[in-house]
Ligand binder design. Sequence first.
Ligand SMILES: [Zn+2]
Ligand SMILES: [Zn+2]
Length: 232
Amino acid sequence: MGRIQHKVSASLKRALEKMKLSDNTEEIKEEEGDDIKIGTSCKHGGCTKSFSGAASNEEVCAYHSGFPIFHEGMKYWSCCKRKTSDFNTFLSQEGCVKGPHIWRKKDTGVKVVPCRFDWHQTGAQVIISIYSKNSIPELSYVEANRTTLDIHIVFEGEKEFVQKISLWGVIDASQSVVNMMAAKIEIAMKKSEHMSWARLDLPLPVATPQTTQKDQDQDDEDEDSEDEDVLD
Ligand SMILES: [Zn+2]
Ligand SMILES: [Zn+2]
């Protein structure tokens, strides 16, 4: 996997400059006032504690530094990857990182969110458009080899879009480019062969036959949570 070169448009540069200016003023405002309210919950992934006074700042928070992944019936955190099919087991997994609690959302940095994207193709290229506003070039990257894309986009200051795609066709990553604009990002992938792609990604692999009946039962119980990709 190598990073695809990226180009930053003038409009995005201007938008980011503006954001920096307004960000600074906001921070000063927040430091002046705003005590933490009793009952404010910790913003760390996997932590269920809430603020109950100054003593809460002395507590050690065990949290997950990554983000939740729900995939093919398995649930796990991207940081420690302890896969389980049971939703309650997933929720009770103790954090893999220790540190102080975080009460303000702003302090947690990025939050992984879904982001609308689509694709189209020309004879020579397959182009993915990701509708992320004001993406941050220093923190965003797209890695690729001939058949896989790994997209990490940080946008709107604190949101992160993460997507791994097994491509339907073969690309030439060295001839591909990521165009970062103010309103969206375009990943223009050079096709290795001039052929029409039937779809962008390969269908998901079928469930592994080793799955036991017990696992299947557990899966059925928490079906409600299956259609969510990202847990708040
Ligand atoms: Zn973890
Ligand atoms: Zn915490």
